[in-house]
Design a protein. Structure first.
Length: 257
């Protein structure tokens, strides 16, 4: 409670409100540098309401050099997460962000919460208020991405992806292609992967044929093939090698034990 009280006091009114006939004339809010330092080394995320999808997974990161990155993922839209970089200006406790022609506003609430607000800079109230809160991302743990993921029709043809943490930033990827009606066509391949600073997994394909990159959203792993002209990889099957498409979004089925 002591720390929370201290942090709340970090945002304070420097210039007192001067009133005339009971009306507010001027208010200036100053944010202590120690709080800004905390903001600049953190990522804030949440799920913003979406008019035609379950929700928009949103993550923002604010940098000291007046730039801001915003990653969004439209749930259920069958599209990859998209990141844009813009610039910000601080208006009292609000970061006014510009992304190309789009302007968004984020109010600094305390050390672990930022609120998405409208152009009037007012906080959303009512039953949907919590939907516009972005919380500081928790410290990453390997268990956050370990587990079983699936893509495709699990009653017919589908791919499994199993992610296991080995040590430090090293992981093992195991892809399985499964044909429910013909087990002889089931295939498997493994890759050693490395976790980068963006918390994405990267693995080299054999014979310098390209790279695998895996992005993560709240419930999915998104597999991309880079530096290659194909979306398929050779997998070892019961009777031969087969060229199997691996690219796509894999839904998490279960976490690591």
């Amino acid at each position: 409670m002591k720390n929370i009280s201290r942090i709340i006091l970090i945002i304070f009114v420097l210039t007192t409100v001067i009133t005339s006939c009971g009306k507010e004339k001027n208010t200036q809010v100053v944010i202590e540098q120690s709080l800004l330092d905390t903001i600049f080394c953190s990522t804030f995320e949440g799920i913003i309401p979406c008019p035609d999808c379950p929700g928009i997974e949103t993550a923002i990161r604010i940098y000291r050099d007046s730039t801001i990155s915003r990653t969004v993922y439209y749930q259920g839209k069958n599209a990859l997460p998209e990141t844009k970089v813009g610039t910000w200006k601080l208006r009292d406790s609000v970061f006014a962000a510009s992304f190309d022609r789009e302007k968004l506003f984020y109010r600094l609430k305390n050390y672990d919460r930022i609120l998405r607000v409208g152009s009037d800079l007012k906080e959303v109230t009512g039953p949907f208020a919590n939907d516009y809160i972005l919380h500081k991302r928790k410290v990453f743990k390997p268990a956050d991405i370990e587990g079983l993921y699936s893509a495709g029709d699990t009653l017919n043809l589908y791919n499994n992806l199993v992610i296991n943490h080995l040590k430090k930033d090293k992981y093992l990827l195991r892809f399985q292609h499964i044909n429910v009606l013909d087990s002889l066509q089931n295939c498997i391949t493994k890759f050693d992967a490395t976790l980068d600073k963006s918390k994405q997994l990267n693995a080299d394909l054999s014979d310098n044929q390209g790279k695998i990159r895996i992005l993560f959203t709240q419930k999915e792993a998104h597999v991309l093939l880079e530096k290659t002209t194909t979306d398929s990889v050779y997998l070892l099957c019961a009777d031969s090698l087969r060229f199997i498409p691996l690219k796509g979004s894999y839904l998490k089925q279960q976490s690591a034990n």
